[in-house]
Ligand binder design. Sequence first.
Ligand code: FAD
Length: 458
Amino acid sequence: MSLSPTRVFAALNAVRPLDEASPVLGKAVVLGGSVAGLLAARVLSDHAESVVIIDRDDLQVTGGRPGVPQGTQLHALLPGGFLQLERLFPGFREQAVAQGAVGAPPEARRNYLDGRLKVVVPDDADSLAGSRPLLERLIRQQVLRLPNVKTITARGTGLVIDGSVVTGVRCDVGGVTGVESGDLVVDAMGRSSRLSEWLEQSGWEKPVTRRMTVDLNYATALFRRTETNPAATVVLALHTPAVSSDVAGAAFFAIEDGRWMAMMAGYGDNRPGRTAQDFVRRLREQFPPEFGEVAGNEMLGDVQTYRHSDSRRRDFHALRRFPARLVSVGDAVASFNPVYGQGITAAALHAACLSTYLRAGSNLDEPAREFFAAQKVVVDAAWSLSTSADLALPHVDGPYPRGYRLSSWASRQIVAATVTDVGIARRFNEVVSLREHPGTLARPGVILGALRANRRAR
Ligand SMILES: Cc1cc2nc3c(=O)[nH]c(=O)nc-3n(C[C@H](O)[C@H](O)[C@H](O)COP(=O)(O)OP(=O)(O)OC[C@H]3O[C@@H](n4cnc5c(N)ncnc54)[C@H](O)[C@@H]3O)c2cc1C
């Protein structure tokens, strides 16, 4: 009997690493050593005698790296993702804080919607703030501490397929071609993954890629932070399309090495904050006073910009022909409008899908359909959250799902109620941080509660 998406979601959120290793694989090969690849490697270390992570970048180098160009931009770790990291790496929080990450418990997080401060959910889950390179480094340290995991610096160039089974990966190491054989291959090459083309070149079907144009422009800047223990460490402010502003949102986080990281975003032709002067002015003029206070500090370095064209997903679950011993995780499967901060958390849930698939003793000589079916639940959930919000943007023109008008009305009610009602805000936070399935918000009780809260607030 197949489980409902809500139950699949609850089960994935409860997945814990195995107490005792039970290898069913000799060697697993993970292509891509960023967050999704590292989390997959953590899971595989329980099921394989050895795990090899291949990345075109040298992963021993700390700080930003070319393979992750988004690394300069502000990255939120949603509480759902933080919980997953704590499960995979017990004691993660303590070690992260010891290396400079900044605690972001519920009372230290502030959220503004159209300039109105939202209620705090006091019993919400904990989280952390830090730069993207720090978060990735912390995860990498935990994974590379495992005795059966190692990394290789090489560029993956194709698959080795024997009949209907993937048996390895072709690699280029400094111009020399080689093969890394493995009993399971994981594609974690990010949103530009070439896996679809590799499959097609080998005579297999390639997945349909669905896209939704978002045309998002990000700008991030660093400021000196003088407070050692600021009261608010994670502050976000969103403008709904109803508010006329060329800045869709801004945020600032306390990060390692006594710095604030501030971000602002606009859509389409709106490219706010590209120069230092413009960045500071807009933070002061268009956001609550605390944004102006952060912008009053010394700016460290230049404003870093990033353009994100679309949300995209590759529907591996729908392929009729797919080779065995091959899976894909993270942004390679689905990457969303980054404003919602879902990527790391979604990657952690994909790792949970992999753990569930391998624990179930699935037949690895068949295509990994059970894995892709569970992953589809995660992708559908994150996709529906991000694209339904994006469809409300004036420059986005579909595709609109069935029942869109009703669902967008209901979500506007719920979002408005999160400003004043702790109960609705709690449920909403659980869903947007991918701890609960979005279906739990569509219940009549939640919508009625939101309507009542909005009436009270008027
Ligand atoms: C502007 C922006 C802001 C974001 N903000 C957030 C946020 O606030 N919160 C959040 O959770 N997520 C955010 N994300 C998403 C987040 O960055 C990703 O979801 C996360 O990094 C996981 O991605 P990944 O590991 O699948 O792929 P990536 O991080 O893109 O990594 C892919 C890896 O594959 C390697 N690689 C690629 N091709 C090859 C090859 N042929 N051979 C070998 N190696 C290869 C690359 O070097 C890289 O290491 C943001 C994204 C963007 C663009």
